[in-house]
Design a protein around this ligand. Structure first.
Ligand code: AMP
Ligand code: ZN
Length: 494
């Protein structure tokens, strides 16, 4: 039996039990990048969230089929390639390769499918033909538009009304469109642009149709989960729904998941605003482990702000995890006894089920990570010593070692953390710290957990004043406590 999962479905704006199309299986698509330059750490959030959803379902014993595309035909790519006087597809291929290097450094699992627009042309053209046949699309001078008013459910994801959309339009509308919200499915190529033959013109597709065509080709008419950033909900995802449901006559996506932005100050980090840190710049300095940690520790539906504080916290966490990995390996050789069960072994046996419960609850990775950190803290205190002296420490039992190793493997599989060599990571971090003023973090994870426990104790003994005081103290350090209906208590950065 697979673990039951609940997902915040953006279609209904509510957390719902996940009911897959096929028992135990997940058809999952995530909108990938447009490849014309190095990608930034905001894009990395999209990759990490997609990878986490893929990993979590795998860790919960589902069979996942995961597709993430590369947009390799696009105005931005063509403009950049023209500036550089090179072939746009070649230019894009260079940055697809660079992107794949970044993904490796971030410990990503390869998706099962990584389709490109340039390799999906017959399916794109076929879908546009079907939309024309069904009168959802029309052609003007070699250009094809989707006629939005024909699709009655338009706006069901973004909750926008067509009447309001028209009313609110301020930009000048293309006179050839029948309705101001109609969007391009196919456009003729200008001289020198990459182009493909079609029934309408030698040209190329509009942006939205690629995902609809790729999903149909690879995963089918209806999929379980579609993911992307909140910026894509409108118009991109709304248009994907219109195209696919109009062409196929079936529900397109059962669950829509959108991750929140990574902001730089109060604005979205984006190439067009020029406020970017590239993934490559960051990983060359600090490592992919640190970036992955930084992006994983905030729940995907919470806005993140890029800051030295967040980087410091991630560095501290990665150091703690990797020092533990080294010291645990050492203690397995130097501080081991033959036996047998201890009270702590029993406790650690409960960690994986608890981690699974967190992960199954709308992909609560920070909650699962808190459990892992709490295990590290207890093992450090009882059994490990960096210097190898083990004075006043207990000895690890073999059964406990097995249990802890299972928790480590589960953490690796489900979160993608600890994907690099611990010594190399620590060396890299030590180097980076020489040129990076590590900011004072108000509370370490361990201190937060201690305070959360103290607050729970205070509440249990009805000491409400103390409980509130602790909540406020954490609140002023940017940490929120969440009392779950099942009695467990979680926390996250605001
Ligand atoms: P793009 O190449 O701009 O289409 O973006 C690829 C993916 O990165 C999409 O899922 C976007 O939503 C996501 N993305 C872009 N910028 C950010 C950001 N600042 N924070 C989070 N996700 C982002
Ligand atoms: Zn898409």
């Amino acid at each position: 039996m697979n673990q039951k999962v609940t997902i915040f479905n953006n279609l209904t704006r509510s957390k719902l039990p996940f009911v897959p199309i096929k028992e135990g299986e997940v058809l999952f698509y995530s909108c990938g990048p447009t490849t014309y330059d190095f990608l930034h750490v905001g894009n990395a959030r999209a990759f990490v969230v997609g990878d986490l959803i893929n990993r979590i379902f795998k860790a919960l014993d589902y069979k996942v089929t995961f597709a993430r595309n590369f947009t390799d035909v696009d105005d931005k790519i063509i403009n950049r390639a023209n500036e550089l006087k090179i072939d746009p597809l070649k230019h894009s291929a260079v940055y697809i390769a660079e992107c794949e290097k970044d993904m490796d450094s971030l410990g990503m699992l390869q998706p099962d499918h990584a389709p490109k627009v340039s390799e999906t042309m017959p399916e794109i053209i076929r879908m546009i033909e079907v939309l024309m046949e069904k009168n959802f699309a029309y052609e003007v001078d070699g250009e094809v538009f989707f006629h939005v008013p024909m699709f009655k459910d338009y706006g069901k994801l973004s909750k926008k009304k067509l009447s309001e959309l028209e009313h609110g339009k301020r930009v000048e509308v293309d006179k050839r469109k029948k309705h101001s919200s109609d969007f391009v499915l196919w456009k003729p190529a200008k001289p020198g642009e990459p182009s493909w033959d079609s029934p309408w013109s030698k040209g190329r597709p509009g942006w939205h149709i690629e995902c609809s065509a790729m999903i149909k080709k690879i995963l089918g008419d209806t999929i379980d989960i579609h993911h992307g950033g909140v910026d894509l909900m409108f118009p991109h995802h709304e248009n994907e729904i219109a195209q696919s449901e109009a062409a196929n006559g079936r529900t397109f996506v059962n669950y829509w998941c959108h991750h929140e932005f990574l902001n730089f100050g109060s604005e979205k980090m984006s190439k067009s605003l020029g406020n970017v840190v590239t993934i490559r710049q960051f990983i060359e300095k600090f490592s992919g482990e640190v970036l992955r940690q930084l992006l994983s520790i905030v729940h995907y539906r919470t806005v993140m702000v890029w800051s030295d504080d967040a980087i410091t916290r991630a560095i501290n966490d990665v150091e703690r995890i990797h020092k533990f990995m080294i010291n645990f390996e050492k203690a397995k050789k130097e501080n081991l006894k033959d036996d047998s069960t201890s009270e702590m072994t029993g406790k650690f046996k409960g960690i994986i089920p608890k981690m699974k419960k967190n992960l199954a609850s709308d992909f609560n990775v920070p909650g699962a990570m808190a459990l892992f950190f709490s295990m590290i803290r207890q093992i450090n205190r009882e059994f490990l010593d960096e210097q190898g002296k083990y004075e006043g420490k207990n000895k690890l039992g073999k059964e406990m070692v097995d249990v802890v190793e299972e928790v480590i493997s589960f953490t690796k599989l489900s979160t993608g953390l600890i994907h690099d060599n611990p010594e190399l990571i620590l060396n890299k971090i030590n180097e980076a710290k020489k040129n990076f003023s590590v900011v004072e973090v108000l509370f370490s994870n361990e201190e937060i957990e201690k305070l959360v426990t103290q607050r729970t104790d205070a509440r249990n003994s009805k000491n409400w004043a103390l409980a509130d005081e602790i909540r406020d103290k954490l609140g002023s350090a940017g940490i929120t406590i969440k009392d779950n209906p099942d009695g467990t208590v979680g926390w996250s950065y605001k």
